[in-house]
Design a protein around this ligand. Structure first.
Ligand SMILES: Cc1ncc(COP(=O)(O)O)c(C=O)c1O
Length: 327
């Protein structure tokens, strides 16, 4: 039975994304490593958020909404992809971004301009202020006869996480067609929704697969991910429930969120030079660095094949200086 059949979803991504073995990386690490190319989801420059938006924007359309608001940092991949997906669906989009990081017209800001997204900066470091501003904009829009829909940072709400439960189902089917299965899945924990979806998807479709999130932002992921997994499972009518201790994490944030790290930049060079695959300094470079550290520590020893989910990030790549990383 298709557990997702009762949940509205709109097709935005080009699926399935490729899944294949990384031969040169596998040889260098003495570990079988496969990649799921979710940097190739087919909207703008690709990335993980498109899968979440398939559920979130379907919900917005079902509720008759005409304007989508979302938020993130100045170089948010999520915000840019939300604008791109809104264009596909003919929805207005307002990006309410935190004024920190690179906000010149570089990287995702350049893409936001091309996409015609309305960008408003809030001069703050806390999402509390941003959400207050989003509420204010929503009130204004309602007063003008519009129907706004707010997507929280990263699209990391239970409904968005379902996109990654479905991604695991897709990966398990692709692997089965190749005659393989994965002992481990590694993905980024940014706002937590992707990891939560992958954890739920593994419980549903690959119960013996261990999922580990690589932490690229110091935050309480155990709490965030546990809540998202359990609430997303409830949406599906599934009885899967997890506890905080079930969330497996490895820290790789270095000096902090969006600050390039030496291991992250080295991992970017390693992947590019071994496989011709481009990672980014904020999310996927640090995540692959985490995978390499775990490998060195023997975390995968005696297990099996590891699947690395490449969640995108190309939009920010050209806005961030990788020549002076901090550890
Ligand atoms: C390229 C990329 N990878 C990974 C993530 C992390 O996903 P999540 O926010 O669902 O934890 C993000 C989030 O912004 C991202 O842009």
């Amino acid at each position: 039975m298709d557990v997702f059949s009762n949940i509205p979803r709109i097709s935005l991504a080009l699926l399935p994304t490729p899944l294949y073995r990384l031969p040169n990386v596998s040889e260098a690490l003495a570990q079988e490593v496969y990649i799921k190319r979710d940097d190739m989801t087919g909207v703008a420059l690709g990335g993980n958020k498109v899968r979440k938006l398939e559920f979130l924007l379907a919900d917005a359309l079902n509720k008759g909404c005409d304007t989508i608001l979302t938020t993130g940092g100045a170089q948010s991949n999520h915000a840019m992809l939300t604008a791109a997906c809104c264009n596909r669906l003919g929805l207005n989009c307002i990006l309410v971004l935190k004024k920190r990081g690179v906000y010149q017209k570089l990287g995702n800001q350049l893409l936001n301009d091309l996409l015609g997204a309305e960008v408003r900066f809030v001069d703050t470091d806390t999402y509390k202020d941003v959400y207050a501003e989003m509420d204010r904009i929503c009130d204004d829009l309602r007063a003008k006869g519009h129907k706004p829909y707010s997507v929280p940072v990263g699209g990391s709400v239970p409904l968005g996480s379902l996109g990654y439960a479905l991604a695991v189902q897709e990966a398990v089917e692709q692997a089965a067609r190749q005659g393989i299965a994965f002992s481990d899945i590694i993905c980024t924990a940014g706002s937590g929704g992707t990891l939560a979806g992958v954890v739920l998807g593994a419980r549903l479709f690959a119960p013996s697969t261990r999922v580990t999130g690589i932490v690229i932002d110091p935050d309480d992921y155990r709490g965030i991910v546990t809540r998202l997994v359990n609430e997303a499972a409830a949406l599906l009518g599934s009885e899967v429930r997890i506890a905080r201790e079930d969330v497996l994490l490895h820290d790789c944030y270095g000096a902090g969120y969006a600050i390039p790290s030496t291991p992250g930049v080295n991992a970017m060079r390693f992947m590019a030079q071994k496989e011709g695959v481009i990672l980014d300094p904020v999310y996927t470079g640090k995540t692959f660095a985490g995978l390499m550290e775990l490998c060195e520590q023997g975390y995968f020893a005696g297990r099996g094949k590891v699947l690395f989910i490449h969640s995108g990030g190309a939009g920010g790549l050209f806005a961030i200086d990788i020549d002076h990383p901090k550890d």
